[in-house]
Design a protein around this ligand. Structure first.
Ligand SMILES: C[S@@+](CC[C@H](N)C(=O)[O-])C[C@H]1O[C@@H](n2cnc3c(N)ncnc32)[C@H](O)[C@@H]1O
Length: 243
């Protein structure tokens, strides 16, 4: 029986292909199987970021999420469907690994930072060799493009999700100095309210598709509507004390 292949979780960064590590590029150029997550009807952001950089002979395995929008993980239907989806995805990849083929999973940003890859890793790491290649996170790409130092000295940074309920968001924002809010999408109105309640709207910056060709960066207070992309973050920098 052939030796099992290795599962690679490959962080490819926030979108600009040049923000990928040399190690990530090398693995994607040589892996015989390349898997990627995508929402139905979309190419998949991480997949698009590495267009033209993949092993041309690789088998591509597309893992289609069962939903097109993100719901709270507390929603039981959402949770059950996701568990079934990750079980099936892990089985699909395990079949390739068991046949002795390495599998690279393309991951937006860093695989272990809110990445779907973690759900595959949890299912396969006990039985298969897994290696994770870190990536530049979306928030790092976004605050760099916004030319915005985020934290300084002993300031604390909190990372929140737009899917949190309004009160929890406002409470966390009120007690933090700098903040990043991920998963913006249809949560922007709620995020705006929470920033107003915690007196931070003035400092908040909305970054959509940071480091990608369609990038958009605007002060949230100057954004007239609450239409927002899923691939967006709201950044609240700490208050810099000049040295
Ligand atoms: C499932 S998380 C993945 C995070 C990723 N693993 C990372 O390291 O940043 C998806 C969220 O990341 C953020 N995101 C990912 N890419 C982005 C980009 N290029 N610009 C702005 N936000 C992005 C959005 O908030 C999106 O809802």
């Amino acid at each position: 029986m052939s030796a099992r292949g290795t599962l690679y979780g490959v962080g490819v960064g926030p979108g600009d292909p040049e923000l990928m590590s040399l190690k990530a590029a090398r693995i994607l150029k040589s892996a015989p199987v390349i898997a990627y997550f995508a929402r139905k009807g979309s190419v998949g952001n991480a997949r698009r970021a590495v267009d033209g950089q993949l092993n041309p002979d690789a088998e591509l395995v597309r893992l289609d999420y069962p939903f097109t929008t993100e719901l709270p993980e507390t929603d039981p239907c959402y949770r059950d469907a996701l568990v079934a989806f990750y079980d099936a995805s892990a089985a699909t990849l395990a079949a390739r690994l068991d046949a002795g083929r390495d599998v690279a999973v393309i991951c937006a940003g860093d695989p272990f930072f809110y990445g779907s890859y973690a759900h595959l890793h949890e299912r396969l790491a006990e039985t298969h060799r897994c290696e994770v290649i870190p990536g530049i996170t979306a928030m790092s790409g976004c605050w760099t493009r916004a030319a915005m130092p985020m934290t300084c000295g002993d300031e604390m940074l909190v990372v929140l999700s737009g899917t949190m309920d309004a009160d929890a968001l406002a409470e966390r924002l009120a007690t933090s100095e700098a903040a990043v809010i991920m998963k913006v999408g249809r949560n922007l109105a709620k995020i705006r309210q929470a920033l107003m309640r915690s007196d931070k709207l003035d400092r908040a910056v909305y970054v959509e598709r940071g480091t990608m060709p369609e990038e958009r960066i605007v002060r949230l207070a100057d954004k007239a509507d609450d239409d927002a992309a899923y691939f967006a973050v709201v950044l609240v920098p700490g208050v810099r004390k000049p040295l």
